[in-house]
Ligand binder design. Structure first.
Ligand code: AHR
Length: 632
């Protein structure tokens, strides 16, 4: 029975309540939302990003018509600029027949460079030559076997100083496996950098823009806000600010590295184990938020590293600099074109302010007091200069526990307006916690549920999330913002599951959770009508206790974990992470189940029976966990 009470006034629901959280995880930026088709366009890939990388990752040499030469990457005084340090040097030694060529081929992201027959692609490259009469350069789309997929685009490189050359290639066929070949004729030394190929057809036709199908799927959600750029991406790594020539990788995400001409932006190692070009940077995030009608909500590091690195940086001068950088960020977003940072925004093409109203300091903070000491200083400085900007606080990586309690206490004492909560749990947990916010203090800080998901991408997960969201909505006076996470995942290479939208080089599709998010975002009400359901079937003996092994810090030390009930039955949750302090979900460690009393890696069907909510077979188990230490 459903009793509805239209005569009683329920809480108002903000139009911004449901939003999206974009983090560059699972190749969400390069090879994902950022439409650049060339992988490692500036030869900056490095083993610091990933042990398997070299500056030539994504590239191989090619020759035709008898041309010869050698290729190497160089980081010396001839570099393009202080940030774009490594370039490609071609020593052209053999003059082949007319029309011959020696050079390099890029294999693109995932399965290759994805092109559509008849579509146009903007090619550009920075180049210089030591040949007085110039060097003839050719760019062309080819298939994996070298057969041409476009007419050649030619240019003559002149002069031994860096110059940008550009033109358009039209694809002659549709394929997800094209290659971009760049070859030169003649002799001498040719230097190349920033070899780029962009579809003309980006989202809203923006230059340096976004992959259309992915951006459209996000836009179709009609999100109220866009939280970016992370996540663990934001507050991990060192907090050293960029200063040439002490150029360093593995730094926390710093917005100033990510704006301006793309060839002058820094690059960085990504916490999730790959390279980030920063081609998709703060300007593009703000522009995207505006394009999809979402409130921008950036997250800046608080000089405390989280996500397993748990260390506070004790450097007052550096802290002052980060606080100033954050004030500059607000000026970049909101300042007049006459201000220093407002002018930079205008130079990039957006004289009108972006209208930033919310900004979060910190992500999943594990050191409550150290974090809060820094948070207070950020907040005081921001409120003094920009009283209209709401500074969002943090409650750590869990939905409960001592860190969570302490952080909430500190936020409450300081009168923080909004506190960011995160949790990833089983569908059962989401069903059982529908009333989580019913008892939250109405006079305390409001909640920004910045990350949540039930652990899998199956129908039962989406259903449990939808059920949970009715609880968020019923408490819309306390829960002000909520975003599922992560947003995007490349099928080819990913670090985290489940995810909302999946993609490969050409296709993308929403998960069942995507459909739930879309349903809520497309139909956000403006006020809750109080109602009560009675006679709802109860779950029979819901499972109690932890069934998921997700403590990645300890999981890293083990290579085999068994969870058995006393009667020998084995029962398990779904998320065992392992690795070197990062979530890796190595193959063979993802999902576990029981067969014949033995603990085996499950197939999805077995997993299904374990997580199906409402299954009358649910009962309590006493669990025993046996973990075998990794050899060595
Ligand atoms: O969403 C993936 C990760 O989960 C985020 O980077 C982090 O904040 C959380 O632990």
């Amino acid at each position: 029975t459903l009793a509805v009470h239209p005569e009683r006034e329920g809480p108002a629901i903000d139009p911004t309540m449901y939003g999206v959280f974009f983090e560059d995880i699972n190749n969400a930026a390069d090879g994902g939302l950022y439409a650049e088709l060339v992988r490692n366009r500036s030869f900056e890939f490095s083993p610091v990003d990933n042990a398997a990388y070299t500056p030539l990752t994504g590239w191989r040499t090619t020759a035709h018509g008898g041309a010869t030469g050698t290729v190497r990457t160089v980081d010396d005084a001839d570099r393009l600029n202080e940030r774009n340090r490594t370039y490609l040097r071609l020593d052209l030694s053999g003059h082949g027949a007319p029309g011959s060529g020696y050079g390099v081929v890029n294999s693109g992201h995932g399965s290759g460079v994805a092109v559509r027959a008849g579509a146009r692609y903007d090619f550009s490259v920075w180049a210089r030559t030591d040949q007085r009469r110039g060097t003839r350069l050719t760019a062309r789309l080819r298939d994996a076997d070298g057969a041409p997929l476009s007419a050649p685009l030619t240019a003559t490189v002149r002069g031994d100083r860096w110059t940008r050359y550009s033109g358009t290639l039209t694809a002659g066929a549709t394929t997800s496996g094209a290659r971009l070949a760049v070859t030169a004729e003649g002799g001498g030394v040719l230097r190349l950098d920033m070899v780029s190929l962009f579809p003309r057809d980006t989202y809203k036709g923006r230059r340096n823009g976004l992959r259309k199908d992915l951006a459209e799927k996000i836009a179709a959600l009609e999100p109220g806000f866009l939280r970016f750029p992370g996540g663990c991406l934001v507050n991990t790594g060192s907090h050293q600010a960029y200063e040439a020539p002490t150029w360093e990788r593995e730094r926390s995400y710093q917005w100033k590295d990510t704006i301006g001409p793309v060839e002058q932006r820094a690059v960085n190692a990504n916490f999730w184990g790959y390279h980030q070009s920063y081609g998709l940077g703060y300007y593009e995030y703000f522009q995207f938020a505006e394009d999809i009608g979402a409130m921008p909500l950036p997250v800046v590091p608080a000089l405390v590293t989280g996500c397993g690195q748990n260390q506070a940086t004790d450097d007052p001068a550096l802290l002052r600099r980060h606080i100033q950088d954050t004030l500059d960020l607000i000026e970049f977003a909101n300042g007049p074109v006459t201000s220093t940072w407002g002018r930079k925004r205008a130079e990039m093409g957006h004289p009108k302010p972006f209208g930033l109203t919310h900004l979060a300091v910190g992500n999943e903070e594990n050191l409550p007091d150290a974090y809060f000491e820094r948070f207070r200083q950020f907040r005081a400085a921001i409120e003094a200069e920009h009283p209209g900007v709401t500074v969002v606080g943090n409650s750590g990586p869990d939905d409960t526990g001592a860190t969570f309690d302490r952080l909430w206490e500190l936020n409450r004492q300081a009168g923080v307006a909004l506190v960011d909560e995160h949790y990833y749990n089983s569908p059962q947990w989401f069903l059982e916690n529908n009333e989580r916010y019913d008892s939250y203090d109405r006079r305390g800080p409001k909640v920004f549920l910045g990350e949540y998901a039930s652990r899998d991408n199956r129908f039962a997960n989406a259903l449990s999330e939808a059920a949970f969201m009715t609880g968020l909505e019923r408490n819309a006076d306390v829960v002000k913002l909520a975003s599922y996470a992560p947003l995007l995942a490349d099928t080819h290479e990913n670090q985290w599951r489940p995810d909302m939208i999946w993609f490969d080089s050409t296709r993308s599709w929403g998960s069942t959770s995507y459909e739930v998010q879309k349903l809520f975002m497309n139909n956000t009400g403006d006020r809750v009508v109080p109602s009560r359901a009675s006679g709802t079937p109860q779950l029979s003996a819901p499972i109690t206790g932890a069934v998921g092994l997700s403590t990645w810090a300890t999981a890293a030390a083990y290579d085999d974990v068994r969870v058995t009930a006393e009667d020998g039955t084995v029962l398990l949750g779904d998320d065992f992470s392992a690795g070197d302090g990062r979530w890796t979900r190595a193959a063979g460690r993802g999902t576990w189940s029981v067969r014949d009393g033995a603990f085996v890696q499950s197939d999805q069907a077995a997993q299904d029976t374990l997580v199906t909510a409402g299954d009358p077979a649910w009962r309590d188990y006493d669990l025993r966990v046996k973990a075998t230490k990794q050899a060595g």
